[in-house]
Design a protein around this ligand. Sequence first.
Ligand SMILES: Nc1nc2c(c(=O)[nH]1)N[C@H]1C(S)=C(S)[C@@H](COP(=O)(O)OP(=O)(O)OC[C@H]3O[C@@H](n4cnc5c(=O)[nH]c(N)nc54)[C@H](O)[C@@H]3O)O[C@H]1N2
Ligand SMILES: Nc1nc2c(c(=O)[nH]1)N[C@H]1C(S)=C(S)[C@@H](COP(=O)(O)OP(=O)(O)OC[C@H]3O[C@@H](n4cnc5c(=O)[nH]c(N)nc54)[C@H](O)[C@@H]3O)O[C@H]1N2
Ligand SMILES: [Mo]
Length: 704
Amino acid sequence: MILHVDGNRVTRVSGDKDHPASFGSLCTKGSTVHQTIHTPDRLAHAQRRAVRAGGPFERVPLDVATQEVADRLRGIIARHGPDAVALYVSGQLSTETQYVANKLVKGFIGTNNIDSNSRLCMASAASGYKLSLGADGPPGHYEDFEHADGFLVVGSNMADCHPILYQRMKRRMREAGARLIVVDPRRTATAAGATLYLPVRPGTDLALLNGWLHLLVKMGRVDHDFIARHTDGWDSMGEIIDAYPPGRVAEITGLPVDDIIAGAKILADCPRWMSLWTMGLNQSARGTWNVNATCNLHLATGQICRPGSGPFSLTGQPNAMGGREVGYMSGGLPGFRSVHLARDRAETEALWQIAPGTIRPRPGPPAIDLFHAMDRGEIKALWVIGSNPVVTLPNGTRVRRALERAELVVVQDAYHPTETSRLAHILLPGTVWAEAEGTMTNSSRMVTLMPRAVPPPADARPDWWIVSDVARRMGFARGFSYGSAAEIHAEIRAGSNERNNHDLRGISHARLAAEGPLTWPLAPAAGEKSTLRRYVSADGRVRFPTESGRARFWARPYVPNAELPDDDYPFVLMTGRVAHQWHTRTKTGHVPSLNKLNPGPFLEINADDAVGLGVGEGDLLRVASRRGELRLPARPGTNIQPGCCWAPMHWNDLFAPGIAVNQVTSENACPESHQPELKFCPVHLERVPAEPDAAQAHHTLATS
Ligand SMILES: Nc1nc2c(c(=O)[nH]1)N[C@H]1C(S)=C(S)[C@@H](COP(=O)(O)OP(=O)(O)OC[C@H]3O[C@@H](n4cnc5c(=O)[nH]c(N)nc54)[C@H](O)[C@@H]3O)O[C@H]1N2
Ligand SMILES: Nc1nc2c(c(=O)[nH]1)N[C@H]1C(S)=C(S)[C@@H](COP(=O)(O)OP(=O)(O)OC[C@H]3O[C@@H](n4cnc5c(=O)[nH]c(N)nc54)[C@H](O)[C@@H]3O)O[C@H]1N2
Ligand SMILES: [Mo]
C-alpha cells in the first residue's frame, strides 16, 4: 500500500503494484483506511481514573501513566504472585510488539498468562497443523493459486473477507478453467461463483470431509506411494473410511448424495487442488479435528508439497501469522517453540539471557479460561493491547463482569471509547500502523516492513515502545533497552528455529527496506531464494518437521455439537462478517462510504421461517440463548437454510444497546485448540415491537 502524505496527515492511499502479494489491489477497507487515522476519538494521550464505575478519566503525561502501570503491576505481583497478572494481545499488532509482550510475561514477570485474539481465530488451524504436519502455518504459498486446477473453499466467505485472494482465485478459474467447490450453510457471495455449492448443515463438515476420503479411496484416487513414504497412521484410518458412505454423509449434512459424489469427482479429476478455509472450520468445538480431516484428504491424495496443492488456512487478522511465529498464545515461545518442551524453553532462555528454568513449563489459561480466572479473582490485573474482548469473546456478560472485578485494567488502544476501554483504569495511547515502524507476516510467510509514514498524534507511541517502557520501569531494563523496532527484529531473527523450518536469518529491517517483502524460510547467504513450499527441499525431498520426518493421519469421527437446538432454542445462530466493516468498527465506523454500504446490524433468516415467525424485512426479533438475549431487525431471504439464522459481529454496545451478538454465544470450545464455537449457538426467535431507540441507532461512535 502506498501512502500519500501531506504534512503530518495521510490524505490518500493507493495500491502498490510491486507488492508481491496484492499486486496493487486494495479492498474497500484498504482504500479508505486513511480516513481512520486522524479521527476525533483517537486516543492521543494517556488517561487514568481513580474510581472506575462511571468515574471521569483525567489526562496524564505518558511517563506518569507507564510508571503507574509498572508500580501497580509490581505491587500486585508482590502481594499475589506473578499469576495474578495477565496480558491479552492481538494479531493486529506488529511482530515486534507481540514479541516484547510475550517476552515480558513469560521471561520476566514469570507467568504464562498471555493470550491473544488469535485464540478466537486461528488457534484451531495452529493446533491442527501441528498435529497433522508437525508445525504451525500453511505449508504452501499464495503462488499456488496460479497453479491449482481446483479450489475447495470450506467455511470461508472469501469474496467478502479475503477479496484480493478471491479475485486471484477467480482469475485462475477464468484463465485456466479451475473449478471451485464452496461448502457453507449460507449461499454467500463466494458461493455465488462456485462450480458446486454445498449448503452443509452447520457443524457437520467432518462428516463431509470423511465422506470424501471414503469416495476417493473407492475411486482409486489415493496416492499410495506418497502415503508410504511421507506419512504415518494410514493404518488407523480404515474404520473412518468405512464409516462414511455417501448415504450416511447425506443424512448428517443434509446434502444430496449426488452432490456429495459430484464434489468427490471434482477432487478426483483435478490434477492439482488446494483447500482454503477460515472461521467456518476453525470456530468450532471440533476445530482441530476439522483441520486434521482436511489435511487427511491432502495427505491421502498426495495433494501437498507440490505447486497448486495443499491445505491453506486463510489468516484472519493482518499479523496473526507474526504472532504465531513469536508464540503469543499461552503455550508458545518464539520460533514456533513451545513451553511444553525443555529444549525450546532452554533455547528461549538463552535468547532472552535469563536464568535457566525461568520459563514455566505449563501454558497459561487460553482466552476464555483467562477471563474465568479473572472472574474468580485469581487474575487481578489485565493489560489489553489492540483488542476489544468485551464484545468479541463469547458470553460477553461474563467477560464484562470479570473486567469489573479486576483490581487493575489497562487498555492500550488507538481509539477511545471502545466497549473495553470504557472499563479501564488506565488508557495507554498506541499508534496505528502508519505511525510506527514494524513488520507483519502474511499467510504466505511473506514479511513486510511497514514504514513510519506520519508522526503519531500527541503522546501516542509505538506499542512495542510502550510495552518496553513499562518493562523497564518494572525493573527489567536489561531485557528491554530497545532503541528501535529493528533491534527487536534482530533478536527475533536470532531466535530462528530450523527444526520448525522457521529460518529468518536472511531477513532484517534493512534488507526489507531495500528489497521489499521477503518470505521465510530464508537463509542468510546473498542471493539465496526463499522456499515457496515449506517441507520440500530444493532437490525435491519431502520432510515434515516431526520426529519421523513424516506427516500424520488422524481418524476424526463426526460428533454432533455440544449444545444442540431443542424445543426451547430451535434455531442455530451463526455469526460472522460483512464486506465493508471490520470487527468492532473502531476504524470502519469512521468511514461514511463503508457505513453507507453496510449501515447497521441485522439478522438474516430463511424466508419460510420469517413467515412462521410473522416477521418481514426490518421487523424486530428477540434473539435469546441460554446465556443472554439481543434484539435485531430481521432480514428474510433465501440464501440461508431453514432453521438457521446469521448475524454480523460488527455492531455492538457503542452503536446501540442490546445488539451485541456475543451476549448469546457459548463458551463451548475445541479441547485441543481452546477456540470457542462462535459459529454455532442454539437460539429462540420471537417477534417483538419496534423500539424507538434501536431504530434510531447512531451511525457514528460517541466520543465521550
Ligand atoms: N470485511 C471483513 N473482512 C475480514 C474481517 C472483517 O472483520 N471484515 N476480519 C478478518 C478476520 S480476523 C477473519 S478471522 C476473517 C474471517 O473470514 P471468514 O471466516 O471467511 O468470515 P466469517 O463471516 O466469520 O465466516 C465465514 C463463513 O463461515 C460460514 N459457516 C458458519 N458455520 C459453518 C459451518 O459449520 N461449516 C461451514 N463450512 N461454514 C460455516 C458462515 O456462513 C460464513 O459465511 O476475515 C478477515 N477479513
Ligand atoms: N460472535 C463472533 N465473535 C467473534 C468472531 C466471530 O466470527 N463471531 N470472530 C473472532 C475473530 S476471528 C477475531 S480475529 C476477533 C477480533 O476481536 P478483537 O480483536 O477484539 O476486535 P477488533 O475490533 O479488531 O479490536 C481491535 C482493537 O485494537 C485497536 N487497534 C487497532 N490497531 C491498533 C494498534 O496498532 N495498536 C493498538 N494498541 N490498538 C489497535 C482497535 O481500535 C480495537 O479496539 O473477534 C472474534 N469474535
Ligand atoms: Mo479473526
